[in-house]
Design a protein around this ligand. Structure first.
Ligand SMILES: [Mg+2]
Length: 134
């Protein structure tokens, strides 16, 4: 059994009778809002312990964010691993051809001239999303 977050979270959703879709789908507003609230709660818990720690609590809350994010993707039928791969592809284009990297004063990597934005809609279409624009 794979231990990827997507597989673990699918196991959880199936065990507890939670929604699990296989095709990208807009879900009912009450369900979508509920998932957003769960994620906001976990993100707030990360913010709470980001500076004060302790480190095990930070690690716990970070894992909760990822777990709930994967669950939310599953509820919407989104293969989040594929979306993350596309975000990564785009992020790697922030490096210039000569290896130059632009940074903000706080260290955040900035988009350079060669940056290519991620095509998340394209990834979802490959997963069977019907955005209603065809
Ligand atoms: Mg938590």
């Amino acid at each position: 059994m794979s231990s990827s977050p997507a597989d673990l979270v699918r196991e959880f959703h199936l065990a507890f009778g939670l929604d699990a879709r296989t095709t990208p789908t807009e879900v009912a507003p009450d369900l979508a809002a509920h998932r957003g609230e769960l994620l906001a709660e976990e993100a707030a818990e990360v913010a709470e312990v980001s500076v004060s720690g302790p480190l095990d609590r930070l690690a716990h809350e970070l894992a909760d964010v990822v777990y709930v994010a994967y669950g939310t993707a599953l509820v919407h039928g989104v293969d989040l691993d594929a979306v993350i791969a596309e975000i990564h592809r785009a992020n790697m284009t922030k490096i210039g051809p000569a290896g130059e990297i632009a940074r903000r004063a706080d260290g955040k990597v900035l988009k350079g001239e060669h940056y290519e934005a991620p095509d998340v809609a394209g990834v979802l279409r490959k997963q069977g999303w019907d955005a209603g624009d065809e």
